[in-house]
Write a protein that binds this ligand. Structure first.
Ligand code: CMC
Length: 370
C-alpha cells in the first residue's frame, strides 16, 4: 500500500480519473468534455450539453431531437406521484425529491442493472423524469394535479412552464436554460462523489442518484441557493443586506452563496456568468433592479471584509426569484440539471470500476476488557 496521506474533507485529494469535466483554476476554465462550460452556457442548449455529457461529443441534429423527445416524453411512473401525494407538504422539498428519485426504480424493468450501456440508454429518460418530478413537487404538495410536459415546447421551456404554470417568454426560457447548463456538471463535488462511491459497489443508478440528492440538500452544497434568496428577502434593500451581512460576520456565521472549496479566493466563473444572466433578465423584464443592486453590495462587502467571492448559488437565486419559481424548488432544480452530469459519472464509474474503500486514523481507545 502507498504511504497514506490524511487530508480532512479530502481537500486536495485526487479521488478519480475522469473524461467528463475538470475545474482548471490556473486557466480559469471549467472544462466539460473538452469544451469551456462558459461557452456552452452562452451558445448551447441544455439538451446539447446533455448529449455531450452522455455521448462524449456534441449531438448531431438527429441525436439532439432524439434526446429531447426522450426527455420531454419520459413518463413518471404513477406510483411516484402517489407516494409524493402521501408525504406531508411540510417535509423539505429535497426530502420529497429524494424519496421520489428512489421510487423511480419502480417503473424500470432494468432498475437493478449497473451495466453502462443500459444506463446510457436509460439516462435521457431518467433526466426527463427527474425534471418532471421537480416541476411538480410544489403542485403535488398543494394537492394539485401534476403538469405534463408537451412535445410542442423545448425541454427547458417545458420545465419552466410546468413550474410556473403560465406562458413564459423567450428571454425567461433562455435565462432558465442557462442556469440549467451552469448547474449541469462540475467535476467532483460532494454529491457527485457520493454518487460515485455508491456506484462503485456496483449498486444501480437509482441508489447512486438518491445518495446525491441527500448530499445536495446540505446548505454547504446545493442548499445554499435557497438560503441566499431567504437572506435577500429578509434584507429587502442594499443597506439592509449590508447590515445583515455585517451582523452575521460579527457573529462568525457563514454567508450562503460565498466561498468554494476549489475557487475559495476567486470568483466562481459560473457566478460571473449568472450575474450577466441576471442583468439581462432584469433588462428584459424591466423590473428586479433592486436584486442586482443588493447582490453587488453583498459581493463588495464579502470581497473587502473576507476576501471571499460569490459562487453560482448567489446569482442563481435572484434569477429564479424573478422567474417566479417557488424558493423550495431552487435546490431541486439544481439537482434536476445535475442529473445529467451524475448519470455521466455513474456510467463512467461502472465502465472503469474500482470500489471506493479508504482507511482511517484511529483515535479511539484500545485494549478495553469486557
Ligand atoms: N461565509 C463566511 N466565511 C466563510 C465562508 C462564507 N460563506 N466560506 C468560507 N469562509 C471562511 C471560513 O470561515 C474559513 O475562515 P477561517 O480560516 O478564518 O476559519 C475560511 O473561509 C475557509 O473556509 P473553509 O470552511 O475551510 O472552506 P471549505 O472549503 O470547507 O468551504 C464552502 C467551502 C463552500 C463549504 C464554504 O465556502 C461555505 O460554507 N460557503 C457557504 C455555503 C455555500 O455557498 N455553498 C455553495 C457552494 S458552491 C455550489 C455547490 O457546490 O453547491
Amino acid at each position: 500500500m502507498p504511504e497514506a496521506i490524511y487530508s480532512p474533507g479530502l481537500e486536495g485529494v485526487i479521488a478519480a480519473e475522469t473524461r467528463i469535466s475538470f475545474l482548471d483554476t490556473e486557466q480559469e476554465e471549467i472544462v466539460i468534455r473538452g469544451y469551456n462550460l462558459l461557452e456552452l452556457i452562452r451558445k448551447a442548449s441544455f439538451v446539447e450539453v446533455v448529449g455531450l455529457l452522455l455521448d462524449e461529443r456534441l449531438p448531431s441534429a438527429e441525436r439532439r431531437a432524439e434526446l429531447e423527445r426522450a426527455m420531454v416524453e419520459a413518463i413518471v411512473p404513477p406510483v411516484v406521484y402517489e407516494i409524493l401525494r402521501k408525504l406531508p407538504a411540510s417535509m423539505h422539498a429535497m426530502d420529497r425529491l429524494r424519496t421520489a428519485v428512489s421510487a423511480l426504480a419502480a417503473g424500470d424493468s432494468e432498475a437493478n442493472s449497473a451495466h453502462p450501456e443500459s444506463e446510457h440508454r436509460r439516462a435521457p429518460r431518467i433526466i426527463g423524469q427527474v425534471a418532471q418530478i421537480v416541476a411538480n413537487l410544489s403542485h403535488i404538495a398543494q394537492g394539485e394535479k401534476p403538469e405534463a410536459f408537451s412535445p410542442n415546447y423545448s425541454f427547458a421551456e417545458n420545465f419552466l412552464r410546468a413550474i410556473v404554470r403560465r406562458d413564459v417568454s423567450s428571454h425567461e426560457t433562455r435565462a432558465f436554460e442557462q442556469s440549467l447548463i451552469a448547474y449541469i456538471e462540475h467535476e467532483l463535488p460532494n454529491s457527485t462523489f457520493a454518487a460515485r462511491v455508491v456506484a462503485s459497489t456496483l449498486a444501480d443508478a437509482y441508489g447512486a442518484l438518491t445518495s446525491a440528492v441527500a448530499s445536495l440538500k446540505g446548505p454547504l452544497h446545493g442548499g445554499a441557493n435557497e438560503a441566499v434568496m431567504h437572506m435577500l428577502l429578509e434584507a429587502r434593500t442594499p443597506d439592509g443586506l449590508e447590515q445583515l451581512m455585517r451582523d452575521k460576520l460579527v457573529r462568525k456565521e457563514r454567508i450562503m452563496g460565498f466561498g468554494h472549496r476549489v475557487y475559495m479566493r476567486r470568483m466562481d466563473p459560473r457566478a460571473q456568468l449568472l450575474k450577466e444572466v441576471l442583468h439581462t433578465l432584469i433588462q428584459a423584464k424591466g423590473n428586479g433592479y433592486i436584486y442586482a443592486d443588493m447582490c453587488q453590495r453583498g459581493e463588495d462587502i464579502m470581497r473587502t471584509e473576507k476576501g471571499l467571492y460569490p459562487n453560482l448559488d448567489y446569482y442563481a437565486a435572484p434569477v429564479y426569484y424573478l422567474l417566479d419559481i417557488p424558493i423550495e424548488l431552487y435546490t431541486p432544480i439544481f439537482f434536476a440539471a445535475r442529473t445529467a452530469g451524475l448519470m455521466a459519472h455513474i456510467i463512467e464509474q461502472h465502465q472503469e470500476n474500482r470500489l471506493y474503500r479508504p482507511r482511517v486514523i484511529y483515535t479511539g481507545p484500545r485494549g478495553l476488557k469486557l
